[in-house]
Each structure stands twice: as C-alpha cells, then as structure tokens.
Design a protein around this ligand. Structure first.
Ligand code: ATP
Ligand code: MG
Length: 370
C-alpha cells in the first residue's frame, strides 16, 4: 500500500513526465520545422535555435546556445556575408522597428525574416526565417505576364498611331517618285518605300509576337541578302565610326526565307554590335565583320564585333524576352530574332568574351531550287 505522500509524489512525477513529454513533442516539432527559428530571452541570450536555422547559419547548433548577439556575430565560423545580413536585420528591427525583412542569400535564394517581440513575448525576441524562393518565382512570372499584357496594349496603341503617318509618308513618296526619277535618284524612293513596308510588317509582327506569323518564304542568295541588309545599317555605322566588313561569300549559297524577317534578325544583331562597340571606353576602332560559310546542308551566317562582350551570366539570359542591360532597350530584339530563326528551322548561337567582343552565328537550312 502506498502512503498518501508517496501517491502525491507519484502523481507529481507523472504530471512532470507528461509535461516533459508534451514539451519534448513541441520542441521536436519546432526542431524539425522547415523554417529557421531563433529565440533570444529578455537578457539577449540565445535560448533556442532549431536545426534548420543552424543549417542556414552553417554553424553547429550547440555552439550557439547561451550566446548573445555580439558573440553570435563574432562566431569564428560565421561567414562575413551572414554577419553583415544579421547586423542589418538587427539595425532595421531596433532602429526602424521593421518586423519583416527580405533578403537574398549568397546562393540566390529569397528569405523572408519575421521578428516577433513585445508584450506577448514576455520580453523574448523570436526570429523566424522562411525560404520564399518559390513564391518569388511565381511573383516574378506574374509580373512578367503583367508586363506582357501591358506590352500587348501599348503595342496595339502604337501600331494604330504609327501606321497612319506611315501610310501618309508612303503616299507622298509615291507622288515624289517621278521627280526623283528625273534626278536619277529613283533608288532612294525604292529604298524608302521598301523600308516603310518593312516598318509596317514589323508592327504587324510585333502585335502578333505571341503567335509569330508563318514565314512568307522566297529563295534568295545569301550574299545578296547580306549586301542589302548591310546597306540599311551602313549610314548608322558611319555615324558611329564603326567599320563594317562583308567577307567574300559564295554566290551559289541559296536559302528559302522570309526576307523581311531574316533582315530584321540580322539588323537586330548589327544594332546590338554597334551598341556594344559604343560601350567600349576610349579611342576604340569599332569593327563588325559579317560572313557566311556552308556547313553541310546549312549556311552559317556570322556577325562578329569587337564591342564590350558579355560574361557567362549575361549570356545565359540573352534570349529572354525583356532582358536588357540598356537604359532605352526593350530587351525584345534577340527574343524575337530567336523565334524567327526557330520558325525557319535554324539555330542561333552566340560566343562572347567580356572585354573582347562577340560573335553571333545564325544557321539556316540551304535550298537548291532557284
Ligand atoms: N553584341 C553584343 N555585345 C554585347 N552585349 C550584347 C550584344 N548583343 C546583345 N547583348 C546584350 O544582350 C541584351 C539583350 O539584347 P536585345 O537585343 O534582346 O535587347 P536590347 O538590345 O537591350 O534592347 P532592344 O533590342 O530592344 O534595343 C542587351 O541588352 C545586351 O546586354
Ligand atoms: Mg537589341
């Protein structure tokens, strides 16, 4: 028989054990949450840190319990990057009373940090960190889609506004044509009319950029295609002090292409080359070399510049719609070009070296019919 005292003692032990069990259970849950958790007490001493947080800090958990913030910041294994981020979060929480912070870590992941303190915490200070990279990705995609929708509306408005003056210019050039003919300058009228038609087509293409029109193919020789295209950018190159060189190209290379679309691609690439050359500081002799060589059943058209070149990160994003490093760029030039070349059954490749220059290589299937 247990005495009354022993029974009370047993009950207390059991109550303690069950409280302990519940405590362990909750601690276990906190330990294995996918968010990182840090708890400082009212004296600023770290009393709890879960596995995920220790992983994020890349520090052993046991070495942190009992540290204060200063000791944590001076931890010998804490990276300089993390040290700076923690100090910033502390500053913004204390001085600017911000309870939410967002940061990008050295691996490019996005983190949301929430700080909880005040009366409900009995003087404790809780910091939780959550990986929100996936949400960020969704947010960015939504933003990109918004931009696309906006672009659709803007381009519709622009197309409407630009087409009218273009039609008027076209009409007046046709009226002027006999006079230009008398002056022996009919070639000018022909180029202006051709360019107006090209501008109209580009607007049309732009409006339908989500479903690019099927190429209207004709057979042309590669050297004449390149000569015509170069003629269009020669004056701009001259103004920018860029030399353009067209290599000797085999006349028998024929391609079946939508001439306007492919011209647009080559002009986009030449324009980029000129802009890249402009970026080079100091007295720099800009040079753009254009060539074409047969490679099996394909022709490789190359456009090489000695502009500022690109690093690896930039190269990976080059063909993304809206990716631009230019203040006035739309970032659509190469993404549209990519689509056009793909629609022609070709490929477009690029090789570049920062500070050295860039070469674009367009590969198109050759044709034999005339
Ligand atoms: N030849 C090149 N040399 C260096 N960087 C280049 C070159 N071509 C493209 N780029 C880089 O690729 C980015 C994307 O080019 P893209 O033609 O798609 O857009 P953009 O030139 O910025 O804008 P837009 O074509 O609308 O004027 C450019 O902003 C530039 O950073
Ligand atoms: Mg461009």
């Amino acid at each position: 028989m247990l005495s009354e005292f022993q029974e009370t003692l047993l009950q207390s032990v059991q109550a303690f054990q069950s409280t302990q069990l519940v405590k362990n259970k909750y601690e276990n849950v906190l330990q294995h949450l996918d968010s990182g958790i840090l708890l400082f007490d009212s004296d600023g001493v770290l009393t709890f840190i879960n596995v995920q947080m220790a992983k994020l800090l890349e520090l052993p958990r046991q070495s942190l319990i009992g540290c204060n913030l200063l000791q944590l910041l001076r931890h010998p294994y804490l990276s300089r990057f993390k040290q700076k981020k923690i100090a910033r979060i502390y500053r913004e929480t204390i001085f600017h009373r911000r309870k939410y912070h967002e940061l990008i870590d050295e691996y490019g992941r996005h983190w949301l940090i929430t700080v909880t303190y005040g009366d409900q915490m009995d003087g404790d200070f809780l910091l939780s960190v959550k990986d929100v990279s996936d949400y960020k990705q969704i947010e960015q995609t939504a933003y990109q889609n918004d931009k696309l929708a906006m672009l659709g509306k803007i381009s519709a408005a622009i197309a409407h506004e630009i087409r009218n003056p273009l039609t008027a210019i076209r009409g007046f050039i046709q009226l002027l044509r006999p006079h230009l003919l008398q002056l022996g300058k009919d070639e000018y009228a022909r180029i202006i009319l051709m360019e107006i038609d090209r501008a109209n087509d580009i607007i049309h293409e732009f409006l339908n950029s989500s479903k690019p029109s099927a190429p209207q193919k004709t057979v042309v020789s590669v050297p004449s295609l390149l000569k015509d295209t170069l003629l269009l950018s020669e004056s701009e190159a001259l103004m920018k002090g860029c030399e353009m060189r067209l290599q000797q190209i085999n006349e028998s290379l024929l391609v079946s292409i939508d001439v306007k679309q492919i011209k647009q691609v080559i002009l986009n690439i030449i324009k980029n080359a000129m802009e890249a050359i402009e970026e080079v500081q100091g007295d720099h002799a800009g040079m753009i070399e254009i060539g074409a060589k047969q490679e099996g059943n394909y022709v490789n058209i190359s456009v090489k510049d000695n502009g500022n070149g690109m690093d690896k990160t930039l190269l990976t994003r080059l063909f993304d719609p809206f990716f631009t490093t230019k203040e006035k760029g739309t970032g659509l030039g190469l993404s549209v070009s990519y689509k056009i070349i793909k629609n022609h059954g070709g490929t477009i490749l690029v090789d570049s070296m920062k500070g050295e220059g860039t070469v674009f290589m367009i590969s198109l299937p050759l044709t034999h019919q005339v």
